[in-house]
Design a protein around this ligand. Sequence first.
Ligand SMILES: [Zn+2]
Ligand SMILES: [Zn+2]
Length: 340
Amino acid sequence: MKAAIFEAARTLAVRTDRPVPEIGPEDILVRVHTCGVCGTDMHIFEGEFRVKFPVVAGHEFSGEVVEVGPEVPKASGLKVGDKVAMDPNIPCGHCRYCRKGKTQFCENLLSLGVMIDGGFEEFARVPFRQAYRLPERLSLEEGAFVEPLACCVHGIDRAAIQPGEDVVILGAGPIGLMQLQLARLAGAGRVWVSEPQTARRQLALSLGADDAFDPTAGDLRERILALTGVGADLAIECAGLPQTAEQAMGLVCRGGKAMLFGVAHEAAKAFFRPYEVFLNELTVFGSFINPFTHSRALDMLASGRVKVRLLISHRLPIERLEEALALSRSEGSLKVMVGG
Ligand SMILES: [Zn+2]
Ligand SMILES: [Zn+2]
């Protein structure tokens, strides 16, 4: 079968003679249909992520069940021919964090596409618990969005938006555009987006943003202050940059919240004044992966409450993965999908 193997930092090999993975008794074999390219894949490629090479990356994937292990419980309902979306994060279930219900901090966390082979291959071995069946009305391509959307749902849970609260989203890439839709569903008052790329700003407006600002043309803080008088209630940083993290903290009102959602470089540092956090009772927090949010993400895609088709900018086959990785970073692209 075909597989894109990350052999070492910046060394990607596409093989066509790789054996189809053998599944364990509690696994299913999935013929991968689509795997979205995520910033994490780029970090793995660059060697900036602690992974054990060689590995097949790709953790946002969907596909069709082609084999079911003998010990997969009947009650799971999984059968050959099912369309499934994967939750790539596999908690151990028995560490201190798992036993506190905080599976995202699992001390033995394994992730498909990070520590073990993921979706940039034709057939993937998947523990049955990680597979979520897709309803008929949801396409496999949309199914590949369940994972990133589930991460966003966890963020919105953490943000605990109250009806009427004003929200500013920094960065309108695929994540920012999903957060925008979720913020509206969660009852936000007005939602504004800050994004330097024109096409992304237009997309943000079409997905329900009240306005979209170009941060390179005018002072965002002044604009938000003019619109709100005191600042937004919540800022969601979706760019993963120290500058936008600092900016987020300055856009919210007293008692406001700043969520740092974008994945910053491990060594990046941002500056803030502790006095301001004290005086304004700011809440600054992060959000990591998708604990128990996969089902809700899937349901919101299936019901059409969250739209993701517009977020796809490119579709490339596995053999062009390196190009796909570069594309996903380039201006003018949104979600790059790989498969086939
Ligand atoms: Zn991802
Ligand atoms: Zn654990």
